[in-house]
Design a protein around this ligand. Structure first.
Ligand SMILES: Cc1cc2nc3c(=O)[nH]c(=O)nc-3n(C[C@H](O)[C@H](O)[C@H](O)COP(=O)(O)O)c2cc1C
Length: 234
């Protein structure tokens, strides 16, 4: 005889669901800084992310103030000169089918929020370049990682850390956005922050208080139903 399944909702379930669903990538921030205590609280939460064998392979750098301005200028310069220095490739041209459709949907929605048409290359570049102004965020967090083997396992751990960091931001009334766009300039970022070459970078996270009036915050992306992405086996 099979045991009957238990259906028990814990008191924290609705709170968790609310935090999870209210998180979204913010593409516009107020310039109001976040207090050191709150940044510390978020960083402590993020360390509770799981990792392979509890190796905790993150070394996070937080950049604010004048250093952030210096970084922004350097990244804008490097981006305009197409001087890329990534640690890992991002082969977006290989995304096909439904993955490519979703990617195009985000691009259309985001450029559309600024009233920019598909054929307006300059307009699209200006919106994309907001990545290098950190969408006006007063802080960025970069979880650097040691390099082991093909780095897939470590990269997975950094992803866990990143999502825990983002959910903690939401739970603190803050917002953030993970940015692979920053990872395209990993070498330059290491140079400016004086970080050894052994530490690699996947993405950075701009964070702060969301600007509710920013065009980049005027939409929320949905998700496909689990019927399209889950298969049950018994
Ligand atoms: C690892 C990672 C890197 C990302 N890099 C960028 C980026 O460089 N620029 C950007 O505008 N959005 C970036 N995003 C945000 C995604 O576009 C966003 O998560 C996705 O469209 C789903 O939207 P949501 O986060 O609002 O739910 C990134 C997301 C992840 C997880």
């Amino acid at each position: 005889m099979e045991k009957e399944a238990l259906e028990q909702i814990s008191p924290s379930t609705p709170i968790f669901k609310e935090i999870l669903r209210s998180r979204r990538s913010s593409r516009g921030f107020l310039d109001t800084p976040v207090s050191q205590n709150i940044i510390t609280s978020v960083l402590e939460d993020a360390t509770w992310a799981p990792s392979n064998c509890n190796t905790q392979p993150w070394q996070t750098h937080i950049v604010s103030g004048n250093k952030l301005k210096e970084l922004s200028q350097a990244l804008i310069q490097d981006n305009n000169a197409e001087r890329f220095s990534p640690d890992f490739s991002f082969d977006v041209q290989e995304y096909h089918g439904r993955y490519q459709e979703r990617y195009h949907h985000l691009a259309r929605t985001n450029y559309g929020a600024y009233g920019i048409k598909r054929e307006d290359r300059q307009g699209r570049k200006e919106v994309a370049d907001l990545n290098y102004k950190f969408f006006n965020a007063p802080h960025i967090a970069i979880p650097f990682m040691p390099s082991f083997g093909d780095n897939v396992r470590v990269g997975g751990d950094i992803g866990m850390y990143g999502q825990t960091f983002l959910l903690s931001l939401t739970a603190h009334g803050l917002a953030g956005i993970p940015q692979t766009a920053l990872g395209f300039f990993a070498g330059r970022i290491r140079e400016i922050l004086d970080i050894p070459n052994e530490l690699k970078m996947l993405f950075g996270i701009s964070f702060g208080y969301a600007d509710p009036n920013a065009p980049g915050n005027s939409f929320k992306l949905g998700r496909d139903p689990i019927s399209s992405n889950v298969i049950f086996h018994q």
